[in-house]
Design a protein around this ligand. Structure first.
Ligand SMILES: [Zn+2]
Length: 307
């Protein structure tokens, strides 16, 4: 296994699939790597690129020694291209996709192969997705496209259907716990581990925003028992990053669904599930880089969640 991948034990089965596909010469032209945030899809994609471009790979593993491996490590490989939004939440525009495809059509410089990674795929607007679609219909020889998405359902269906879907699994809560402990994160609620990948939890721990999760859960409880006013809760959510606030609400709401089910309140659980959809809908919009009036969105969402 690649040394990068061996740092993330839950990726081992998928890495094995990759090695098999390369060995049997069955790697698709385009693969859509999807899974929850924090499962390490980006690291995995880069390890795949390194293995594909390495000058002396052994069983689809990069040697880590050759010029090609070195260039990839410093993000300077002429035959690898990483396309992502230039600004957070601004989306990936059609011109950027056209530039990437023009690059893809040129002959490789170092090796005989080229790898284009696009992430997150949800941020391609329709025009950009259609431009990419053309390439998938008429693939360039010796090129591999690795497309990364958190929610493949948000990707243009015609685009999705032309890719092979690879799911990056979420480790079990026990596996996540063990891995996070090796990174020095020990104070972690089990409910958090079922909704977020360990890399995201680690990043939030390092950024000091993991405590916010606890705060959101406490505030939500207070809001639901009418001890916290809607506007105050909304203000508090506005003070967080959109992604932290939405993740926090999602995890907290999931906990309420579990509690309702455990106490056999099926109707309540059903109602909570519908409300979770509203949270997920907002999350999808945020992921797609939609330009929203967040104070208004928070107020509207909390109105829906209100008991
Ligand atoms: Zn190498």
């Amino acid at each position: 296994m690649s040394s990068t991948i061996s740092n993330y034990p839950w990726q081992a089965p998928l890495w094995h699939d990759f090695q098999q596909a390369v060995t049997l010469n069955r790697l698709p032209h385009a693969l859509l790597l999807h899974g929850l945030a924090g499962t390490g899809k980006g690291v995995f994609a880069k390890a795949m690129a390194q293995a594909l471009l390495c000058e002396q790979p052994l069983e689809a593993m990069a040697c880590q020694q050759c010029r090609s491996c070195h260039l990839l490590k410093i993000d300077h490989h002429p035959d690898a291209y990483y396309l992502q939004p230039t600004e957070v939440g601004k989306g990936i525009k059609i011109d950027a996709v056209r530039d990437a495809l023009a690059w893809l059509a040129l002959s490789p410089q170092q090796n005989r192969a080229k790898v284009l990674i696009i992430a997150p795929l949800e941020q391609l607007n329709n025009a950009a997705a259609n431009a990419l679609l053309k390439n998938l219909e008429e693939p360039t020889a010796n090129t591999t496209l690795i497309l990364i998405a958190e929610q493949p359902a948000l990707v243009l269906a015609t685009l999705r259907s032309r890719c092979q879907l690879w799911l990056m699994p979420l480790p079990t809560p026990a596996e996540s716990q063990v891995w996070l402990a090796t990174q020095g994160v020990t104070k972690i609620e089990e409910a958090w581990l079922t909704q977020q990948g360990p890399l995201q939890l680690l990043a939030r721990h390092q950024a000091g925003t993991l405590d916010q999760q606890q705060l959101i859960e406490q505030q939500l409880d207070a809001f639901l028992t009418q001890k916290l006013a809607l506007l105050k809760f909304s203000k508090s959510l506005q003070s967080l990053t959109t992604s932290d606030a939405l993740n926090g609400l999602q995890v907290a709401w999931q906990r309420h669904i579990t509690l309702a089910l455990q106490s056999h309140q099926q109707a309540l659980a059903q109602q909570y599930c519908e409300q979770l959809n509203a949270i997920m809908h907002l999350k999808a919009l945020a992921l797609a880089g939609a330009n929203l009036n967040w104070p208004l969105q928070w107020d509207a969402l909390l109105c829906q969640l209100k008991p």
